[in-house]
Design a protein around this ligand. Structure first.
Ligand SMILES: [Zn+2]
Length: 266
């Protein structure tokens, strides 16, 4: 929150100085531009998925030749078992950002992820879009409840958090630091929550992936996206083949960012 406060104070000071020392109409123009710049900076911090303005956000690990496959919005009784089956067959480790209420409803699927060597991470408890605009207490409750659901299923606290829709607010950095979680965005996404074309999903990920990149797909359906994940299932073997033929190996997020998660303070 300290950065948000500093931006507001600097903007207020700039507007005051422009109006006090400037000559109309230039003073009004300068004050307007300062306000616009401040609003633009705040919006960039909220809406740019990889902006580290409000919370340090990981999306690519420099110096790594591998990539990390990540799956959001599960566990889903229809699709998660099929994703797990493909990953097991291909011997690819991945990271699953689970939604807490879904993890509570299907703890056996969270256990299956863990048992098969995948990393389980936090994607909030309800995945409601408006939690990204909540202040400390609501945000902390959402994130804590998801971590508790994961811990109840597998006995491990998650270390990584991805905000629903990738939005962040000034309180998020403080909350994640208190809870000992690192924020994750993505280097490239397959748009599989909105696209029904397996070819388009696979082509996009395979062509745009960069060394050390975090790649986003979805194993859960229906959370402000389409209900049908069959395009993801069809795309996944093509994605794995395509990335392998580009020379990429696959790692979990904790292997790509071994020292990322901050120490827990509360
Ligand atoms: Zn999501």
């Amino acid at each position: 929150m300290a950065k948000a406060f500093a931006i507001k104070v600097l903007a207020a000071f700039g507007v005051f100085a422009a109006l006090w020392f400037g000559v109309p109409p230039w003073s009004w123009l300068a004050a307007g531009l300062i306000l616009l710049a401040a609003l633009g900076l705040i919006a960039w911090g909220v809406f740019d998925v990889n902006s580290s303005l409000w919370a340090r956000t990981l999306h690519r690990a420099p110096g790594h030749s591998a990539v990390a496959l990540t799956f959001d919005d599960g566990p889903d009784p229809d699709y998660t078992p099929k994703v797990l089956e493909i990953l097991a067959r291909e011997q690819v480790p991945a990271t699953f950002f689970v939604v807490g209420c879904r993890a509570e409803a299907h703890p056996e699927l969270v256990r299956a992820m863990d048992r098969q060597g995948h990393l389980v991470a936090n994607h909030s408890y309800t995945h409601a879009w408006n939690i990204n605009f909540s202040l400390h207490s609501t945000l902390k409750r959402e994130i804590t409840r998801c971590s508790e659901a994961i811990e109840a299923a597998i006995g491990k606290r998650p270390r990584f958090y991805r905000a629903p829709h990738g939005f962040k607010n000034p309180a998020l950095g403080d909350v994640l630091e208190q809870l000992g979680l690192a924020c994750v965005g993505w280097q490239v996404r397959g748009f599989d929550a909105v696209s029904s074309s397996a070819n388009a999903i696979a082509r996009r990920l395979v062509l745009k992936a960069r060394p050390g990149g975090v790649l986003l797909l979805h194993d859960g359906a229906g959370l402000q996206g389409t209900q049908d994940r069959s395009a993801t299932l069809e795309a996944l073997p093509m994605i794995i083949d395509g990335l392998r033929s580009r020379g990429f190996a696959f790692k979990r997020l904790d292997e790509l960012f071994p020292s990322a998660a901050p120490q827990m303070n509360a």
